[in-house]
Design a protein around this ligand. Structure first.
Ligand code: COA
Length: 211
């Protein structure tokens, strides 16, 4: 995984992360074949191999697995303000910017850091979805467009709505267990190339690689 901070000039996917020049990235890492679309804001997060984001995506304090698909206008971990202070205004912790002190209130930032969102492999997050603090989304899950996910999502579940609730699973439980065991997302690139077309057929795939 590479430390990502500055835009890469060419526009082709490669083993180096491809980051649109309009995106703002702070202290984050991304793997091979990753792509960060236009006008993204990514703070202190890790993005696994092959995962991509479309435009206007926000990712704060999160870990995202491999082969995950993040649509436009998704927000992962919108940060919380301290509600128990006299004021919720960010001047109480962004003290430097407002000239109130020479240090910021790191406790607030550490509290945000402690509420990481964890997203598995091969997840599809639909247009405009919001994933709230501390949530874990299992591998293979789907989040419908416009959903607000406030609770954990089991692997291979499809969730929709506000708040997001499961509507069904992508596959029967037996297949899900086999997929999680096969863990094709961890196959080396060469193996993936050899077996690439087999990814299109779930029954024969499970029959061949599931024990
Ligand atoms: C979640 C999703 C994958 C479900 O697709 P599907 O299995 O074909 O689901 P259906 O269209 O049959 O809908 C099933 C039920 O969920 C509801 N539903 C579907 N998507 C919904 C959503 N995003 N929010 C709220 N409800 C939704 C439907 O109204 C239907 O409800 P009903 O059973 O009460 O009639 C799809 O609706 C979706 O949101 N896709 C994301 C598209 C997107 O954002 N793409 C961005 C480009 S990557």
């Amino acid at each position: 995984m590479q430390h990502i901070h500055r835009p890469k000039k060419d526009s082709k996917l490669s083993t180096e992360p491809l980051i649109h020049e309009s995106s703002h990235i702070i202290n984050s890492y991304a793997g091979e074949w990753t792509s960060i679309g236009p006008y993204n804001k990514i703070i202190e997060s890790k993005i696994g191999d092959y995962t991509y984001t479309m435009d206007d995506v926000t990712v704060n304090y999160s870990e995202i697995g491999k082969f995950t698909n993040i649509a436009s206008h998704v927000c992962i971990n919108p940060v919380q303000h301290p509600m128990d202070r006299v004021t919720q205004h960010h001047m109480t912790y962004r003290r430097i910017d407002y000239g109130f002190a020479e240090t910021d209130d790191e406790d607030v930032f550490n509290w945000r850091r402690s509420n990481r969102v964890m997203i598995g492999h091969d997840v599809w997050i639909g247009h405009g979805a919001i994933i709230m603090k501390g949530v874990t989304i299992g591998t293979g899950a789907v989040v419908g467009s416009g959903s607000v996910v406030a609770k954990d999502v089991e692997p291979y579940q499809i969730v929709v709505g506000v708040p997001a609730k499961p509507i069904r699973a992508r596959f029967p439980q037996n297949t899900v267990e086999k997929l999680l065991k096969i863990a094709w997302w961890d196959w080396p690139r060469k193996v993936l190339e050899e077996r690439f077309y087999e990814l299109n057929h779930i029954e024969s795939f499970i029959e061949k690689y599931g024990e």
